[in-house]
Write a new protein. Structure first.
Length: 430
């Protein structure tokens, strides 16, 4: 994980500090995405979350929480596009993607962002923390947000450092959302010179805090969280009428019982055996997805030029690289995010946290990246083996599940993981 670096105009402009700042930006975007997803997973928005799901109040509440979840998922998706932009900035200076983040609570990243980096369920306090993180740098909004200061330092270094220290990377590695079908709408501009680097940074700040546009524009992350807060009291009253809170009683900063070390502070060990195993299963899939994402981001080639897309003119290495990138993109972005991370994350928010199942506390996804992302470029064997291991674990978990809904969800997931293995092999053989 990245160490804190002093913020502001006194930051020494060097290539080393630029790399550190870009890694901090990558870590912040990635970590915030996970925190937003954790909160969204905890919302009561499924019929199984209510004792009287067909009542008028419950149906109105589900409509509201489903809309909130949609908004949070949209913001999380944009954080992933910001991570891709930070990756393009790293690639421009010939540095690899940086996809790890600290375990929660993350004190080092808190020092950079200026706000607690924790996994907490959806409630008013969590919403206000998100709003504070995404606040604009404008009169009346307090101190400048930490993430914006990181990007401002990056912008200054891209503007002042010699070009020979900046644009040493392979321009064909630069992702461009106009050239890729990632299954979702993302703006990811390539970075090949100073103006494109500045424009990419400005895009991140405009989408998050509204820098360069009205801070109150409805499209910014700050404005979306503000709108949720404005409706919070009304929706909370609906939840009270249903006899429930807005979100499930998911514990903060959950870790499975075998991951909680003796020095782990401010974490909640999940001691229910099934839930702890499901958490480990989630982290195994999450780490495999990050490995695939790393290989996609670093292995991508746009192959510019009039004959760049002609298969017959490519070398065997280029063809193999293209196939690996196709495999990674089709599985890391879609369907892995929607067919693994989301359903398992939602399942965890509905599983008992403790061995005493009468305790209402629920478990949750811990989003542990590990300290490094392995590189398996050029060999699909580890990916196939990883998917196979996940499929076997999903099958076992489905048999051990404590209720029919969990069992059916995991059995369906096992089928999808089998299909992913088949797709990987088919694309590789083409």
């Amino acid at each position: 994980m990245t160490a804190a670096l002093s913020l502001g105009p006194d930051t020494h402009h060097s290539r080393e500090n630029l790399i550190q700042r870009l890694r901090q930006a990558s870590e912040a975007e990635h970590s915030l995405c996970c925190q937003y997803l954790f909160a969204a997973f905890s919302l009561r928005r499924l019929t199984s979350d209510f004792s009287t799901p067909r009542s008028e109040a419950a149906e109105l509440l589900m409509a509201a929480t489903q809309q909130w979840a949609y908004q949070i998922f949209y913001i999380a998706r944009q954080e992933m596009s910001h991570l891709a932009i930070a990756t393009n900035l790293l690639t421009a200076i010939d540095e690899r993607p940086y996809l790890v983040h600290g375990d929660y609570p993350d004190r080092q990243l808190e020092a950079v962002v200026g706000s607690p980096m924790v996994l907490e369920r959806f409630n008013e306090a969590t919403l206000r923390r998100f709003q504070h993180i995404e606040r604009p740098d404008a009169p009346g909004f307090g101190t400048p947000p930490g993430v914006e200061r990181v990007y401002n330092d990056i912008k200054q270094m891209f503007s002042s450092l010699p070009a020979s220290e900046l644009f040493a990377g392979d321009g064909e590695r630069e992702l461009a959302s106009t050239e890729l079908d990632l299954g979702v709408s993302m703006q990811i501009p390539p970075v090949t010179n100073r103006p494109s680097a500045i424009a990419a940074i400005d895009l991140v700040l405009a989408e998050g805090e509204g820098l360069g546009v009205s801070p109150l524009s409805k499209d910014t992350h700050y404005a979306r969280f503000t709108a949720m807060l404005e409706d919070y009291a009304l929706v909370a009253a609906l939840a009270e009428k249903c006899g429930h809170e807005l979100s499930l009683p998911v514990v903060s900063n959950p870790v499975s019982q075998d991951e909680a070390g003796p020095s782990s502070g401010n974490v909640t060990p999940v001691t229910n055996a099934f839930s702890a195993e499901l958490m480990n299963f989630f982290n195994g899939g999450y780490q495999l997805m990050l490995t695939m994402l790393h290989e996609f981001l670093w292995g991508y080639r746009s192959y510019s030029g009039i004959f760049g897309a002609v298969e017959a003119l490519k070398t065997p290495d280029q063809i193999a690289a293209d196939r690996l990138v196709t495999i990674m993109s089709e599985n890391a972005y879609f369907p892995f995010m929607t067919m693994f991370i989301r359903p398992v994350g939602e399942l965890l928010a509905r599983q008992p946290a403790f061995a005493n199942v009468d305790n209402e506390a629920r478990a949750g996804a811990s989003f542990q990246t590990g300290v490094r992302i392995p590189s398996w470029a050029g060999d699909i064997g580890p990916y196939v083996d990883g998917l196979s291991a996940l499929q076997q674990r999903a099958t076992t978990l489905a048999k051990d599940a404590p209720d029919p809904i969990t069992s059916q969800t995991l059995a369906y997931l096992a089928q999808n993981l089998t299909r992913m293995q088949t797709n990987v092999k088919d694309v590789w053989r083409q």
